[in-house]
Each structure stands twice: as C-alpha cells, then as structure tokens.
Design a protein around this ligand. Structure first.
Ligand code: NCD
Length: 320
C-alpha cells in the first residue's frame, strides 16, 4: 500500500486516544481499515507490511476480543506477535509497570499494545519507551481502537457519520468506550446523546458537548444508532444502582424502548454483553437490528490499519 503521503496524513508515533486525532487523520485510518476488511475476507489474509516487526500485547486487564484482534491484526500484517500474560509475568513478583515496559523495550520491539486498569497509565509508559504504543483501554479514560471500529461499522452501514444521531446508553461514568466515542463521533460531525441515570454520568459531562438524557424514551427518540454499554461492575465501589432488575426496566434496551428510534436504527455494543442486564438477549442477536458481530469483524481491520499507519512512520527500533 506504499502511499508516499501516509506520513503526512498520519503523523503520530503512538495511538493513545481519540483526543489529539484530527478529522482527516481519523478518516485516513478508516479508509485504510476498509481495505483491510476486504483483505480479511479473502482466503489469503496476509500481507507483509509489518514483516520483521515485533508486537507485544501487554494486558493488565482481562480481554477476549481486543487482545485476540490485535494478535490477529499483527499476524495478518506479517509481524511476530507475543502475548504477555500478566498473571504469569514478573508483574506478579512486584515488578512495576514501567520496569516491565523497559524490560520489553530492551528487546527491540516495535509496537507495544497496552491495556491497564489505571487511567493515564498508557500515556506514562509511552513517554518511557522507544517503540510505538497503542492504548487498548486505560481505566475509564480512552479506548481509541474501539471508537474507530465503531465508526467503521457505522460508516459502512450508513454511508457516513456526518449528521447522524447517536445515543450512547448506560454506564457512561466508567466507560472508556463512551469517552472515545463521544470525541470521535463529534469530531466526525455526528450528534451525540448520552442516556443514563445521574449516578452513572461523569460530573463533568457538560464539557463533552453532548445532549444528556435520563429517560430512554426521550434519549432514543429518532436515533440512527443506539450504542449500549456494559455495566462496569468491576469499576464500581459503592452503590450506583438500586438493583439490576430495576436497571433493566428503566435503562435496558428491549424492542419496546427501541420503538421510538428510527425504524432502521442500528444497535451496537462493544462486548462483552450482559444479556438481560443492559440489553434484551433476543434483540442482541437480531440480525436485522444488531451489528454487534460486525463490530468484532471491523475490530481486526481497524487494528491492522492502526498498526500499518504507525509503522509507516516508525524507523526500525534498532537503538539500544
Ligand atoms: C470494552 C472495554 O474493555 O472497555 N470491551 C472491549 O474492549 N470490547 C467494554 C467493556 O468491557 O464493557
């Protein structure tokens, strides 16, 4: 894909968040990802744009789809990929995040994909290492490749993002997916609403420039896209909800609540889904409405695009 202007069009060393990405840079990644969707649907899914490069997946939090899709993305681009399981690494012996990263850095890797429970941890690490760093989710801060794959899914279904009305519903407070999506969708010209109980909204939601709703009937009215979020119970200490059953009654998505959205509104969810908690099980599997599986497919293509774009700018990591 030797595009001579690529460095100018995506001039970043790392992908740490959607904050800091310009509209044309996001469009560049999505266009590149489109070409990888085609490649991934062929019998031969590999090219060699990352040949000789080394990618390490460093995940301090659980993950199924994000980790697997980064692994597949690296392999389909011809890189050597290593998955570091923190459960069996020296982190368990007390090694700090930075020491672990510096140890890996000494092995001349080219890309470090990091997920960590602390917001800001990935930025901290990016300042210390020589390689490119991709944020695969840091606490409740950002998850840029998720927002990019959501945007790719929407763009391919709706033809564009400009002017669409997107309702993001549920646990906004703890969600890095919501944060990255609010930034990306508005940068690309979509209108964003958040729909949640007051206890699950950040105090500073006013700064995001989104419309705030506490009722699914008004929040979903005329929406083109309904994006549901998982209740991040692992990030809740204290009581945010009266009960799960109450939550589903008022904020869980079912056919009745979806009735006020546009007739062709698409349903999205980053996964993992809690069936019957934030979304009705049948609706989640309804191929006429739900694009949840397509989001997973787009995830591999978007991660290939991110790795490709970063490596076009990166010299080989031959330094000591
Ligand atoms: C999301 C995450 O980890 O932030 N999942 C994902 O990456 N597919 C959302 C979630 O865990 O609910």
């Amino acid at each position: 894909m030797g595009d001579p202007d690529a460095t100018l069009r995506f001039p970043h060393r790392h992908i740490l968040g959607i904050a800091g990405l310009a509209r044309d840079e996001i469009a560049f990644l999505l266009d590149l990802a489109d070409s990888y969707v085609d490649q991934n649907r062929r019998a031969d899914k590999k090219n060699a744009v990352l040949r000789g490069r080394t990618l390490i997946n460093l995940f301090f939090e659980d993950s199924t789809r994000t980790r697997t899709s980064f692994e597949l993305a690296g392999k389909r681009l011809g890189a050597d990929v290593i998955n570091m399981s923190v459960a069996t690494s020296a982190v368990k012996k007390g090694e700090t995040l930075i020491d672990t990263a510096m140890t890996l850095n000494a092995m001349h890797l080219d890309v470090l994909v990091v997920r960590h429970a602390a917001s800001g941890a990935v930025h901290l690490l990016a300042d210390k290492v020589d390689c490119a760093v991709v944020n695969a989710g840091d606490g409740s801060h950002e998850h840029p490749t998720q927002a990019l794959l959501d945007a790719l899914t929407i763009r391919r279904r709706k033809g564009g993002l400009e002017g669409l009305l997107v309702a993001i519903c549920g646990d906004i407070l703890h969600s890095r997916v919501a944060r990255s999506n609010m930034l990306l969708l508005q940068t690309m010209g979509a209108r964003v609403r958040v729909v949640a109980p007051a206890t699950l909204l950040p105090a500073a939601i006013g700064r995001y420039g989104v419309e705030v709703h506490h009722d699914m009937r008004t929040g979903l009215a005329d929406a083109d896209i309904v994006m549901m979020l998982r209740l991040q119970l692992e990030r809740m200490n204290g009581s945010f909800l009266p009960s799960i059953r109450e939550y589903f009654r008022f904020f869980g998505l079912d056919y009745a609540k979806l009735g006020v959205a546009k007739p062709d509104a698409l349903i999205m969810h980053p996964g993992p889904i809690n069936r019957g908690v934030e979304i009705d099980s049948e609706l989640a599997d309804d191929i006429n409405r739900s694009v949840i599986r397509e989001q997973v497919e787009m995830g591999v293509a978007v991660r290939m695009a991110c790795l490709d774009a970063l490596m076009r700018n990166a010299p080989s990591n031959a330094g000591g």
